[in-house]
Design a protein around this ligand. Sequence first.
Ligand code: ZN
Length: 305
Amino acid sequence: MTVLAIDIGGTKFAAALVGTDGALRARTELPVGPSPTDTLHRLVSGSGHARDLSGIGIGAAGPIDVLRGEVSPINIPGWRGFPVVDAVKQVLPGLPVTLAGDAQCMALGEWWRGGRAEHSLLGIVVSTGIGGGLILDGHLYLGSAGNAGHIGHVIIDRDGEPCPCGGTGCLETIASGPSMVRWALAQGWVPTEAVDARTLAVDASKGADIPRAAFRRAGKALGVAIVSTAALLDVHHVVIGGGVSAVGDLLLRPIREAAAVWGGSQTLHTVTITATSLHRDAGLYGAAALALTEGGQSLLRPGPA
Ligand SMILES: [Zn+2]
């Protein structure tokens, strides 16, 4: 059995054919381009000649509406309420199509192919925004509208900054890449290159005080959100992915320190926090797992990629 896995990001689309053995074949990646709909059609039709294709799984940048099969990726202004499931079905009719959020697919991919055969798992994507996904009791937990696990909008500071979601003091207002950059600039940071999170990381790794403080502040907020989530759901394993997490210990160390300080009970001190092992393919593996099981993820046996 082979499925088509599709990962829809803000700047690129990726697709691959994946079998039940977890092998990733014919991986293709295209920039979103001026017409994201055309890009999607090219990507899907290019994979449609695969024999014994039994389903399609899609992980998409949010917000998404799994009930309607629609996506509204913030970085693709032309897609608001875009019927991605119907669009894919038009190119490859007759196949079941399953949709979930990109961070949910990252969590599912890590659970299946990242060597994380745990009972439960929280996956967090730290990037332009902050997303998340939950594996509970061996199943991807989607929630009533399909947006469960969205840890970026857990409130960390009730007197904090307004968030694009309409809330106040969300984790994303402190720990996303652009939020870290904004805070560092307000503290007087003078970027050595571009005004972005990548340069912030470069400057921090060279020992600059304000960029280092920005990562400590973000890590502290993430650590607090993680122990709160762990307390609520009894999840003991956390995997961090996304572009900003590529800095490694610069972000991971303050997250772990905060989790140790604010995690009150004995149980919370056992929470493990690690970086993604699948990097940018975690979402593709997760989208494949969606399609292979149509929601029944416990049918798959976790194992290393
Ligand atoms: Zn928010």
